[in-house]
Design a protein around this ligand. Structure first.
Ligand SMILES: [Zn+2]
Length: 193
């Protein structure tokens, strides 16, 4: 885990700036995406929420453990991107522009903590991911093959037509950067303190 410091990019919050991966202008989709991030994820170099927020217009990112429901002046139909038994299904045929999707960012355990801390989230209809492809992002230990990064989950969850491949391209860039950083660490001589 890397702590944020003065040397981190103020925009993408990364020590090695990845702003170049962010599409300009940002990608567009009529569904509103609200990412709720566990505080321990903010400095996680393998996290994807910040890049998602920068790359997807209108995507909100909120950090905390306890959240209040966001104001909903447009009266959007709200759903939580989360698997669950006994979850209320969203009305079929909900138009994408009427939808607000809440997404929990964190490891499986942290996501469960957020859900536990916020009963109003538990009460939301669930927006399940039906048979998404295996994750392209196998860099997190806590992540099984069937568990997706936040960025992937949103890419696959957005109703069609969604900018799936442009979103996944951001992820591919992140994976390449993490791989390059790991290779550089292996080759660098160990500095004495
Ligand atoms: Zn940056």
């Amino acid at each position: 885990m890397t702590r944020l410091g003065a040397r981190h990019c103020a925009r993408c919050a990364r020590a090695r700036c990845l702003c170049a991966l962010v599409p300009n202008p940002p990608l567009q989709h009529p569904t509103e995406v609200v990412v709720l991030q566990h505080p321990l994820e903010v400095h996680e170099v393998k996290g994807t929420a910040r890049l998602l927020q920068l790359g997807l217009r209108g995507c909100q990112l909120h950090v905390g453990e306890g959240f209040s429901p966001l104001p909903n002046p447009e009266g959007r139909i709200e759903a939580l991107l989360y698997p669950g038994e006994g979850a209320t299904a969203l009305p079929a045929g909900t138009p994408p522009e009427r939808l607000r999707l809440y997404v929990l960012d964190g490891t499986w355990r942290k996501s469960r903590l957020l859900l536990h801390r916020n009963p109003w989230l538990q009460a939301l209809p669930r927006w399940p991911l039906n048979a998404p492809p295996p994750s392209r992002y196998r860099v997190r230990k806590a992540q099984a093959a069937h568990q997706l990064s936040t960025l992937e989950a949103v890419a696959y969850a957005l109703p069609a037509p969604a900018p799936v491949e442009p979103l996944l391209a951001i992820l591919d860039g992140l994976v390449a950067d993490l791989g390059a950083a790991a290779a550089a660490r292996r080759q660098a001589p160990i500095k004495s303190a």
